[in-house]
Design a protein around this ligand. Structure first.
Ligand code: PBG
Length: 327
């Protein structure tokens, strides 16, 4: 008898019946850029369709996202140049605008799950994720600051802190500092396998956070390495990470799968700025159909094993999701 796999593809109804992978807005985190002030909506030319919002307008955006089923947000502050320093100490100032913004978002959008970025690069005059001295990144000194950042963010009301720096030992240090200050309920989403990737380009343009000298290869991972990601995975889990992340997503689907098969914590994947802008710009040039390419890229990340997807497409996806499923 001839095998006819096409039978199961013969109508949209049967394709829906046998579909193996679903995307739902609940599994998305929307990364958002925050800028000091009020009534600000700044376009980011490297990320078409994405804006830096002041807290009042960001609250409105988040409410809209929540109406569409997106409940989690990763917040990245834009720090003005004059506030940056080699040790990023503005990040430890109670009066820094990020902290009042988190407090306000907690009040105005109580359903939102707030995930804050623990790292030095947005605050660093050197554009690195750790303290940079004589051409080196100082690990343990940086971890101390990162742990303090996490506590400040928790105190302001962050539900989950997300270290994106790739310093050794930071998950344990952050967990210890949070527990010590009675923030046992604040979770850690660790950027576990974060690769030294060219796909972060548009993000660095958005925050003006590109390294002023050198690159990030002494702390971010070599794109060719997979077994090393497993080492980072077991370290992060033993240090107390509640969720682990692979970043970027699209070029690292095998690593997502590896994490899924070798852990029992939720696996997140970050479809980063370059992945987003490539699809956006190719769509704008009519090289491909943007919506279909967006869905395919997100579906592949989910199929590979991501429980959680961070994507600049989150809101756009959720709007389409509502349209398609209300038909
Ligand atoms: C740095 C950080 C980066 C991103 C998130 N946090 C960039 C970098 O490591 O240089 C990139 C995210 C994106 O490209 O969308 N702590």
């Amino acid at each position: 008898m001839m095998q006819r796999p096409r039978r199961n593809r013969s109508s949209s109804s049967i394709r829906a019946l046998v579909s193996e992978t679903q995307l739902h807005p609940h599994n998305f985190v929307w990364p958002v850029f925050l800028v000091d002030g009020l009534q600000k909506k700044e376009a980011i030319s490297a990320l078409p369709g994405i804006y830096r919002w002041s807290v009042d307008l960001l609250a409105e955006q988040m409410k809209e996202a929540i109406r569409h089923g997106i409940k989690a947000f990763a917040i990245f502050p834009k720090v003005s140049e004059e506030l940056k320093s080699p040790d990023g100490k503005i990040s430890l100032d109670e009066k820094f605008f990020l902290y009042s913004a988190i407090r306000r978002l907690r009040e105005e959008v109580p359903e939102a799950l707030l995930i804050t970025d623990v790292a030095l690069d947005p605050y660093s005059s050197d554009g690195h994720d750790g303290i940079y001295k004589n051409g080196k990144i100082l690990n343990d000194e940086s971890v101390e600051i990162l742990a303090q950042q996490a506590v400040m963010q928790a105190r302001a009301g962050a539900h989950i802190v997300a270290p994106s720096d790739m310093m050794d030992g930071r998950v344990a240090a952050i967990r210890k500092a949070l527990d010590h200050q009675n923030f046992q309920d604040v979770g850690i989403l660790s950027y576990t396998a974060k690769y030294a990737s060219a796909f972060y380009g548009p993000f660095r343009a958005a925050l003006d956070s590109a390294p002023r000298s050198g690159d990030k290869k002494t702390y971010q991972m070599d794109p060719g390495n997979a077994r090393e990601a497993l080492r980072e995975l077991s370290l992060d889990i033993s240090e107390g990470a509640d969720m682990v992340m692979v970043k970027p997503a699209g070029s690292y689907l095998d690593i997502i799968r590896l994490f899924k098969e070798n852990s029992s914590v939720p696996v997140a994947a970050y479809q980063v700025s370059g992945e987003y802008s490539m699809i956006k710009l190719a769509g704008a040039q009519n090289l491909l159909d943007e919506k279909t390419a967006m869905m395919e890229a997100l579906m592949a990340i989910r199929r590979a094993g991501a429980d959680i997807i961070l994507s600049y497409y989150a809101l756009e996806f959720a709007r389409d999701f509502a349209r398609v499923f209300s038909k």
